[in-house]
Write a protein that binds this ligand. Structure first.
Ligand code: AMP
Length: 385
């Protein structure tokens, strides 16, 4: 029986484990705490940070290693990668950990990106603003996620405020993209170089946090789908990548630019558990274990809603036809991802109805997400899947 060691014990490790069990792959995770999300579905080793001794113990007990987070000590992982294979490649992890290195790498591949400038000092910031102009976004190079570590700059007041909050750390300034939609592409590459793509999906963020994914994205021009796949394929091949990769795009006019990539299973791919023939979790396990990849075909239209901060009335949610609930076994903290629900339906019209019911339960009258999801447009959309 193949043994897969996962560095990290959050909900992504938990869902990887749930996908690994039926394949006969034995999993264990290295966690920061004994009660992390993964602990009820797989054996966990508790470790503080990524101490070499703990990583070595995990590697000794595994045939292959993977990771579920970018917030890791890549150097420590490098030190153990001689003993056991680690996928995705650590270079992908290192690039995704530093926005500036990631942008240089993507630019080197010819990938379209928002104009950017590195910022270390207040003078760099003024220089960057003189070149890029306002509006812009100032982001920390490392450690930012779910909208943390970034500030949108629209006027001089925002600039001073952002510098007070973020100044002193290595930063990157980006031009604010006036996008029509945010799309993402989840791709998988196997050990033999075989590549499969899930369809482009639309993501709705509120305050930088993913709230909803619509899969597949409605009315995607086939040229845009091909472009997205070409950009992702270039990343996969240049890194000799193995596993699931998520690439986030901005769609503006008939163009795409890349925001960032994540070298792991991704929140915008959670819909694949029920919505696709093979989930992103199963395909990641298959890829890193050297097994053939499964079909990435969607079964029909679906939508994923994140459950953030406090759980809604779960019985009301489960009463909606086509609703599939995933709880992560985490305590309620404002803004924390506690679970998600995926709604599946035979066509978009029915999906829009089910989504409207789910929003009534989850959002309790908050109309912003409803407006951002453009449910009426969905109902009138031509495409059925
Ligand atoms: P990130 O942490 O880079 O994924 O950013 C989180 C979210 O902030 C994105 O999903 C976008 O909604 C928004 N955002 C980030 N960078 C930009 C940008 N250059 N232009 C417009 N929106 C952005």
């Amino acid at each position: 029986m193949l043994r897969l060691g996962i560095v990290g014990g959050g909900q992504l490790a938990r869902m990887l484990a749930l996908a690994a069990h039926p394949l006969g792959v034995r999993v264990q995770a290295l966690c920061a705490k004994a009660d992390e999300s993964a602990h009820r579905v797989m054996p966990v080793r508790v470790a503080i940070g990524e101490r070499l001794v703990d990583l070595r113990a995990l590697a000794d007990d595994s045939d292959v290693l993977t990771f579920e987070s970018e917030d890791l000590d890549a150097g420590a992982l490098r030190a153990v990668c001689g003993s056991k294979p680690i996928f995705p490649p650590l270079r992908a992890l290192e690039l995704s950990q530093d926005r500036l290195l990631e942008k240089h790498f993507l630019r080197g591949l010819g990938t379209p990106l928002a104009a950017f400038a590195p910022v270390e000092t207040r003078e760099d910031l003024e220089g960057g603003l003189a070149t890029l102009g306002l509006p812009a976004v100032l982001k920390t190079r490392r450690g930012g996620y779910d909208g943390k570590g970034q500030v949108v700059l629209r006027d001089d007041f925002d600039v001073s405020h952002a510098w007070t909050h973020l100044g002193g750390r290595p930063l990157v300034l980006e031009r604010l993209v006036r996008f029509e939609r945010e799309l993402s592409l989840v791709a998988t590459r196997g050990r033999t170089g075989e590549v499969r793509f899930y369809p482009l999906v639309e993501n709705v963020h509120v305050d930088g946090i993913l709230r909803a994914t619509l899969a597949p994205a409605a009315d995607v021009d086939p040229r845009i789908e091909r472009l997205a796949q070409d950009h992702a394929r270039r990343i996969l091949e240049s890194l000799d990548y193995v596993g699931v990769l998520a690439v986030e795009f901005f769609e503006h006019g008939d163009e795409l630019s890349v925001n960032e990539f994540a070298p792991r299973v991704h929140n915008s791919g959670h819909w694949t558990i029920e919505g696709a023939e093979t989930s992103q979790f199963e395909n990641h396990v298959r890829a890193v274990c050297g097994l053939p990849l499964g079909s990435t075909q969607p079964r029909g239209p679906s939508a994923m809603l994140n459950l953030l901060g406090a759980l809604p009335e779960l019985t009301a949610l489960l009463a909606i036809p086509g609703a599939h609930l995933h709880l992560y076994d985490k305590s309620e903290v404002p803004g924390r991802k506690l679970g998600h629900v995926t709604l599946c339906a035979p066509d978009r019209r029915m999906l829009a109805e089910r989504l409207a019911c789910a929003l009534n339960v989850i959002e309790r009258g908050d109309s912003d997400l409803r407006r951002r999801l453009r449910l009426t447009e969905w109902t009138h959309s031509n495409s059925s899947a």
